[in-house]
Design a protein around this ligand. Structure first.
Ligand code: DGT
Ligand code: CA
Ligand code: CA
Ligand code: ZN
Length: 578
């Protein structure tokens, strides 16, 4: 079983446990285990074989047993037992936005509903509104949610959601009654997919802001407009929730709705241990009923400070060790957009890009970089009009001529070489010394099994003819799982041969992902964050790669794009002089 499959089973178990109202701690540990397994560099199979599972975050003895069973038998009695108690078809209901295991448990127990179709029929018949915790509005939301699920749009790419959230926030900030506005939720944490937008604002007159937002805030439909809250959807159906509070609670609101839920729980527990109460309105002295004066709440810094912590960047708030690191004064100095001196992967119309060399270079120059890399496809990629020897040589010469004209801006002559099925690199032998650098990627033969795929990549890395492994796992967000690859072995080889792993910044790729970025850097492997732009617009997407790296705790020195050109040349030169 692959890690992806194992994580899916663990998530299923967590959902079923929650539907059965089992111990929340048990549910939480399964959810943490899902995170851990999805972020593993090694195959869980290997960890099981070597008895190294227990002790990984969220993996205690009992979950380790479940994973061991899965690896050994491809199934686990734990799941089988749960499925005797609850029909599996209930799980399809959980894809409906806002419809969690609790609600599933209610419709199952009270109405005996077991499928998405039955849920839809009951909602249409008005049967849901009578259930505890439901209502006519919930019923309507569920119907809309079912439509989204049917259209396959229950989660959105960060690349779609973030620009919308930024527009909403800008519109809010421009309103005279709005003192401050911020986005929250997964969008602020820069998760690769987003369920809905959470918008947060502060005003001395929240009701006026809500009334205005419901009318002119930019929503296509409004489902709810209250004095402190507005909900609706955008043109394309993305759910948006705005909350507006008085200034003394704004920091607490932003903190609560930024999440993640797991991070919030840890913060609240910490507050409790300090005899404080943290909620979405503020941080207060005392616990529960004897809650007293407000200690903090106006801004997030104040809340973290009162809890004895520095402000934790939203990208880190996933309960992946950030609270411990903050406490120890060891939060990473995260990479920023401003640290990025170059984009090293882009295409011209010599292969499958849109613009001629000079125009693509001019477009990239607009971003304030000091240098860039041009990397057209190699000959074997016919579908992308890959460059044969003569055309590659012509491009290298054209780049040299261009550099002579450009003055203080440098274009590096690179290539995106295919890693062929047998692991050789598709580069003309005599032109390798002429190239400034090589990105090597897999574009064909995805169906090979993990062992062959890994052997293929290892052969490429150990050839010492490549500098960067392009989009290393081949996944497409929400579309295609990664190809099987023993990332652990790949990272070891990459460190030994000093090959960087790419973080492909397209919101459809984000490859490496956040967890893998963190692993790579922990293993001493360098990263190279690129857009792989095929036209000028895509050059703007570099920030999504930076966001992914930030979620992976990455600091600037690990990213070769942050190095001044002489340092980058020195690094590339080592391989060439060897
Ligand atoms: P999404 O929308 O599915 O991509 O993910 P989020 O993280 O935006 O989650 P969402 O929209 O359900 O809720 C926004 C934030 O509100 C979430 O990150 C943390 C907070 N929150 C929501 N429900 C709970 C809860 O039950 N307990 C706590 N402590 N916080 C919650
Ligand atoms: Ca959200
Ligand atoms: Ca939400
Ligand atoms: Zn490319």
């Amino acid at each position: 079983m692959t890690n992806v499959e194992i994580a899916a089973v663990l998530a299923k178990i967590a959902d079923l446990l929650e539907i059965l109202n089992e111990n929340p701690f048990k549910v939480r540990s399964f959810r943490r285990a899902v995170e851990t397994v999805s972020g593993l560099a090694e195959e869980a199979t290997e960890l099981v074989a070597e008895g190294r599972l227990v002790g990984l975050p969220g993996i205690g003895k009992s979950i380790a047993e479940v994973i061991t069973e899965l690896v050994r038998d491809g199934r686990t009695a734990h799941l089988d037992d749960l499925l005797e108690k609850v029909p599996e078809s209930l799980l399809e209901m959980l894809r409906v936005p806002g419809f969690g295991p609790r609600k599933a448990s209610v419709v199952y127990e009270q109405l005996g509903l077991t499928t998405l179709d039955e849920l839809e029929a009951a909602a249409r018949a008005g049967q849901l509104r009578q259930l505890p915790g439901f209502g006519a509005k919930t019923e309507q939301k569920i119907l809309e949610g079912i439509e989204l699920v049917r259209a396959g749009q229950d989660r959105w790419l960060l690349g779609e959601a973030l620009p919308l959230a930024e527009e909403f926030v800008a519109r809010l900030r421009a309103h005279p009654e709005v003192l401050a506005a911020e986005m929250g939720g997964s969008t602020r944490r820069r998760r690769e997919t987003v369920g809905d937008l959470d918008l947060l604002a502060t005003s001395n007159d929240p009701a006026a802001v809500c009334a205005w937002f419901a009318r002119e805030g930019g929503l296509a439909t409004v489902e709810m407009a209250g004095d402190t809250k507005v909900s609706g959807r955008t043109e394309r159906g993305l759910q948006v929730d705005l909350r507006v509070v008085k200034p003394e609670s704004f920091g607490a609101l932003v903190n609560y709705f930024t999440g993640s839920k797991e991070h919030n729980i840890r913060l609240r527990e910490r507050a409790q241990r300090m005899e404080l109460t943290l909620n979405e309105y503020g941080l207060y002295r005392g616990i529960a009923e004897d809650k007293g004066d407000q200690v903090a709440g106006e801004n997030e810094e104040g809340i973290y400070a009162a809890l004895g912590l520095p402000l934790i960047p939203p990208e880190l708030r996933e309960d992946r060790g950030e609270i411990e690191a903050a406490e120890a004064g060891r939060l990473p100095h995260l990479l920023t957009d401003a640290d990025m001196r170059c984009d090293l992967h882009m295409h011209t119309n010599a292969s499958d890009g849109q613009l001629p060399l000079a125009e693509m270079v001019a477009a990239a120059r607009e971003y304030g970089y000091s240098h860039i890399g041009i990397t057209d496809h190699s000959a074997s990629l016919y579908v992308a009009n890959g460059l044969d020897r003569d055309r590659l040589w012509a491009e290298i010469q054209a780049i040299r001529e261009l550099n002579a004209e450009l003055g203080d801006f440098t274009v590096l002559a690179g290539i995106e070489a295919d890693i062929l099925s047998d692991g050789t690199l598709d580069i003309p032998e005599d032109l390798w010394p002429e190239l400034d650098f090589v990105i090597a990627s897999i574009h064909q033969g995805f169906s090979q099994d993990a062992d062959r795929m890994t052997a293929r990549v290892l052969k490429a890395i150990t050839s010492d003819r490549m500098d960067v492994l392009g989009h290393p796992t081949g996944r497409l967000v929400l579309e295609r799982p990664p190809y099987g690859l023993h990332l652990d072995d790949v990272l070891d080889a990459a460190r030994e041969h000093d090959v960087a792993m790419e973080v492909s910044s397209s919101p459809h790729r984000l490859d490496l992902n956040d967890a893998h970025c963190r692993l790579a850097v922990e293993r001493g492997v360098k990263l190279c964050i690129n857009t792989d732009a095929h036209g000028p617009k895509e050059l703007a997407l570099l920030r999504y790669g930076v966001m992914t790296a930030r979620r992976g705790w990455v600091e600037a020195p690990s990213v070769i794009n942050t190095w001044p050109l002489p340092k980058l040349r020195q690094w590339l030169g080592q391989r060439r002089r060897a």
